[in-house]
Unconditional design. Structure first.
Length: 128
């Protein structure tokens, strides 16, 4: 296996992750299924969910809280073995502001689907 193959594996998995987070409501279930294993999970300081339905609901809730925002990779994907890490921002399509930012670590299965996400929030808006 070439040195670039593992990097492409991680980058592709992270690209599918962002496709799921940014999918339109009617495409969300399919995008989540493409990115995560059936029993895959997502854990951050505010959520701990498992399975496609709960992950899709979490994504929907984020878009309800931040309408008109998209999730964007900020920086390079770093990975080895079955693990990748990357930083991201939640960006306003209207003005480019990014009130939320974080850092995620994902674990992949043998088919390069996400089995677990461990998220960390680096920047969040002040409570009203």
């Amino acid at each position: 296996m070439s040195a670039s193959a593992p990097a492409r594996r991680h980058e592709d998995a992270v690209a599918r992750y962002f496709e799921a987070w940014n999918a339109a409501p009617e495409a969300r279930a399919e995008a989540v299924a493409a990115a995560w294993t059936n029993d895959g999970g997502y854990t951050d300081p505010l959520a701990d969910v498992r399975g496609h339905e709960q992950i899709a609901a979490l994504i929907a809730a984020a878009h309800e809280q931040f309408p008109g925002f998209v999730f964007r990779l900020s920086g390079a994907v770093d990975g080895h073995h079955d693990t990748a890490r990357f930083s991201w921002e939640l960006v306003s399509e209207a003005d480019g502001s990014a009130p939320v930012a974080g850092f995620d670590v994902v674990r992949l299965d043998d088919e390069d689907r996400i089995s677990a996400v461990f998220g960390f929030l680096d920047r969040v808006p002040a409570a009203a």
